[in-house]
Design a protein around this ligand. Structure first.
Ligand SMILES: [Zn+2]
Length: 335
């Protein structure tokens, strides 16, 4: 894969005990070090006009001034230092680079993956929250739409609901948002009946699973609901909001996706993008076990380098079946 990466993303210092630490990127880079086919690119900062396409300009200015003044606690767990602004505009720039690179036809073994931080999917239109300041995936979608995409789909497999991405596009028909997330976790949004509003009704798909959902349940959500819905939507670009905190050994969730499972999900999204004729890019979100994060990102890379991941042996759990039936009742999916 082509990995977008900037050293300045390490300067967003969240303190000694914060799970969203610079060590996350260091661990991923270490794991990718001797892998075949890994390329790095260091693209420019995001164009602020794109940021203003998805965020309130006053909020963005407030965030910039907050950092200029030395930062601090924006809220209980969203912390910034002076360099956080530079890291955030670099991180958003990486996501834009990945989208634009994909739309330029870079694909297959060279598929772009933005390895930035701070992450983005909790950042709403006019506020930072959940470790996120600028919604990187949303800015990437906006960039694609301002280039020549008519429709963009974002698939968010981070274990948390991407409330920010949903918020930004909830009444917009030009972006389809789909998420699989764990019930009971931060930030509590992402109910199955949140399907978009006005003309955008039907462009927001939430699969809210009970704790304990495993790889088979995640793959079923893609096969039965998210894949068919995105294929119907027929996007020009598919952006994966790729968090790895649904991993069975991630310290902050109770989901049970395996490393191999992230490979199988990668296969699914690659096939889905191919079937839709959509370009494909990845943007890093969460993932807080350094080993599980780096192993999982490496597995995503390996799949694009020719590795064929194993499929799980087990079937869909009863809990997951119930959720997928409720998702289908909203008009999504094949079942
Ligand atoms: Zn997360």
């Amino acid at each position: 894969m082509n990995f977008g990466y900037r050293e300045v993303c390490l300067d967003h210092d969240t303190g000694p005990r914060h799970p969203e630490s610079p060590d996350r990127l260091r661990a991923v880079r270490r794991a990718l070090k001797d892998r075949h086919g890994v390329e790095y690119v260091a693209p420019n900062d995001v164009d602020m006009e794109l940021v203003h396409g998805v965020h309130d300009a006053d909020y963005v200015e407030e965030f910039r001034e907050f950092c200029d003044d030395g930062g601090g606690n924006w809220d209980a767990d969203t912390v910034a230092v002076e360099a956080t602004w530079d890291a955030a505009v670099a991180s958003a720039g990486l996501a834009v680079w990945a989208a634009e690179t994909a739309m330029d036809g870079v694909s297959a073994r060279d598929t772009p993956f933005a390895l930035g931080r701070p992450p983005g999917h909790h950042a709403v239109y006019d506020d930072a929250m959940g470790f996120c300041f600028i919604n990187n995936a949303a800015v990437a979608a906006q960039a694609a739409l301002e280039a020549d995409a008519e429709r963009v789909a974002i698939f968010d497999w981070d274990v948390h609901h991407g409330n920010g991405t949903q918020d930004i596009f909830y009444d917009r028909e030009d972006v389809f948002y789909a998420s699989i997330h764990e019930d009971g976790l931060y930030p509590g949004t992402g109910a199955i009946d949140e399907t978009g509003e006005n003309d955008a009704d039907g462009t927001n798909l939430n699969v809210k699973y009970q704790p304990g959902a495993d790889t088979a349940d995640y793959l079923a959500a893609i096969d039965e609901a998210i894949g068919p819905a995105i294929a119907d939507y027929d996007p020009d670009l598919l952006v994966v909001s790729a968090g790895f905190d649904a991993h069975e050994h991630d310290p902050i969730s109770r989901m049970r996706v395996t490393t191999e499972g992230y490979g199988a999900m990668t296969q699914r999204v690659r096939t889905l993008a191919d079937d839709c004729g959509a370009d494909l890019s990845f943007v890093l979100e969460g993932g807080y076990g350094l080993d599980t994060l780096s192993d999982s990102v490496t597995t995503v890379h390996e799949v694009f380098d020719g590795y064929e991941p194993m499929e799980p042996d087990d079937g869909v759990s009863e809990d997951a079946r119930d959720v997928l039936d409720r998702v289908a009742a909203q008009g999504f999916g094949s079942k």
